[in-house]
Design a protein around this ligand. Structure first.
Ligand code: AR6
Length: 171
């Protein structure tokens, strides 16, 4: 089984095979981690994203990392939280699972995620962390390609939520 790591930091500095971007369905950039990734990768990333013609919520698409230390960026729009009855949990699961499947298909051994949907998209943090950890754990139990998945938490509150979910889900 692979390893799950949780750390505080800036995902744009991660020297891994792939970082995941909490994008929107246009894939044309935005604020938050999406803006930070585009800024650090340089303008070629936007040009590459323009060729992808968007992405449905919960799906994932891949580009190169350009000026980032990461080789690839995997772009996935997570769900916008409404009231929990709009398939938000399934869609957030899909974002993690489809990103990991795409990483494995591109022979990535190391993958880093931000906390998808818990910023501008307002997904409740503890619930999102549990879905993230459960989906990543289940993927690593079955998949022999991806070896290390790092959850990069931008702030202390997010770090604490993912550490708690790790204790609950992984043990
Ligand atoms: N490294 C790691 N995590 C970060 C970074 C960073 N450099 N910057 C912010 N975060 P958000 P969402 C954290 O809002 O909720 C964009 O405009 C942030 O603190 O970036 O999925 C897109 O274009 C939070 O914990 O993503 C979409 O329109 C987490 O990343 C929309 O926001 C996610 O917050 C997506 O919203």
């Amino acid at each position: 089984m692979g390893i799950i790591k949780i750390q505080q930091g800036d995902i744009t500095t991660m020297a891994v095979d792939a970082i995941v971007n909490a994008a929107n369905t246009t894939l044309l950039g935005g604020g938050g981690v999406d803006g930070a990734i585009h800024q650090a990768a340089g303008p070629e990333l936007l040009v590459a994203c323009q060729q992808l013609h968007g992405c449905a919520t919960g799906e994932a698409k891949i580009t190169a990392g350009y000026q980032l230390p990461a080789k690839y960026v995997i772009h996935t729009p997570g769900p916008i939280w409404r009231d929990g009855s709009q398939s938000e949990a399934q869609l957030l699961h899909n974002s993690y699972a489809n990103s990991l499947a795409l990483a494995a298909a591109h022979h990535c051994r190391t993958v880093a995620f931000p906390s998808i949907s818990t910023g501008v998209y307002r997904y409740p943090l503890a619930q999102a962390a549990t879905i993230a950890l459960t989906t990543i754990r289940d993927f690593l139990l079955q998949n022999k390609g991806v070896q290390i998945v790092t959850l990069v938490c931008f702030d202390q509150r997010t770090l604490a939520a993912y550490q708690q979910a790790y204790r609950d889900v992984v043990g």
